[in-house]
Design a binder for this molecule. Structure first.
Ligand SMILES: [Fe+2]
Length: 302
């Protein structure tokens, strides 16, 4: 059966029918999915039933999986998964005031997954084993539409900017403090452009979020104020799509082009979700300057 793609949001977010993620996907459908995510930023594959192996196998068809951070911490899931549940390592419900719950709380701030890596991630694939009976949605913000609607003066300023992204910046905002010694060393801010140029068709977008804490070469207050202004612009209702989860939803998004944030729910209710994340294609900044990413990849391939 051929796959179908239908846009659900105003500018982005599409539902894809005709894919069974348990089975290997034929190459023409892989290409169609990549085209669709280039255009729509976020894709919903409803009605899936995926164990961990199948989730990883489907994801690997689009690239290499990231291995998650938090070395030295006991984990509920294997290292190829980010745990988007409210469960501890033994499957127990987390106490709301626990350090792990504070760590997870930062998922409710706007962000792109793993923008704190020197080569920031490409796609994320989040699967719902259970869903909150009420609330707990995920919101997505279209940073391409945000860029397109930006005035020329701010576009010119943003295009030259390089921001420092760190996991520590977002976690500190929600009161998480207990970084391991290794994390303290490894979580130094990495440079990322404020405007991304990865799209093969040459469309640009903003690249923002709560991991960004400074603009290199600018006074701290001035830089962060401008980043906050851009964030407020890009998260206006016309650029945001809110997804209400149903059991069996697999949602795949392009971290290079959309931000997302989880919404709160009654955490006495178990929520079991897991995410794979794909390694990015290449650098975004060289010698402190933003590069044209699509052009860089074309040159690397030739
Ligand atoms: Fe996330």
């Amino acid at each position: 059966m051929p796959i179908t793609v239908e846009k659900l949001g105003q500018t982005f977010f599409a539902i894809v029918q005709g894919v069974d993620a348990q089975e290997p996907t034929v190459s023409e459908d892989i290409n169609a999915i990549i085209d669709a995510i280039d255009d729509y930023g976020v894709l919903l594959f409803p009605g899936q039933t995926l164990n961990e192996e199948q989730h990883m196998a489907f994801s690997r068809q689009f690239g290499e999986l990231e291995v998650t951070y938090q070395k030295g911490r006991k984990r509920r899931l294997r290292a190829e998964f980010a745990d988007a549940s409210n469960l501890g390592p033994d499957g127990e419900l987390l106490a709301p005031d626990s350090e792990r719950a504070k760590y997870n709380k930062a998922n409710q701030l706007w962000h792109s997954d793993a923008s704190f890596r020197a080569i920031p991630s490409k796609y994320s694939l989040l699967y719902a084993e259970t869903a909150a009976s009420k609330d707990g949605e995920t919101e997505f913000a279209d940073e391409r539409a945000g860029w397109d609607a930006l005035d020329d003066e701010r576009k010119t300023r943003a295009e030259k900017m390089v921001a420092g992204h760190s996991l520590m910046t977002s976690r500190i905002k929600t009161g998480f403090k207990t970084f391991t010694a290794e994390e303290g060393v490894s979580l130094k801010p990495v440079p990322q452009p404020v405007v991304r140029t990865h799209d093969p068709k040459g469309r640009k977008n903003l690249f923002l979020g709560s991991h960004a804490g400074e603009v290199f070469g600018e006074a701290l207050e001035e830089g962060t104020q401008f980043l906050e202004e851009l964030l407020a612009h890009t998260t206006q209702p016309q650029f945001v799509y809110r997804h209400k989860w149903t059991v069996g939803d697999l949602v795949m998004w392009d971290n290079r082009r959309v931000m997302h944030r989880g919404r709160s729910w009654d955490e006495s209710e178990r929520r079991v979700m897991r995410r794979t994340t794909l390694v990015g294609d290449g650098p975004t900044v060289i010698d402190g300057q933003p590069i044209n990413e699509a052009e860089y990849l074309r040159q690397e391939a030739s």
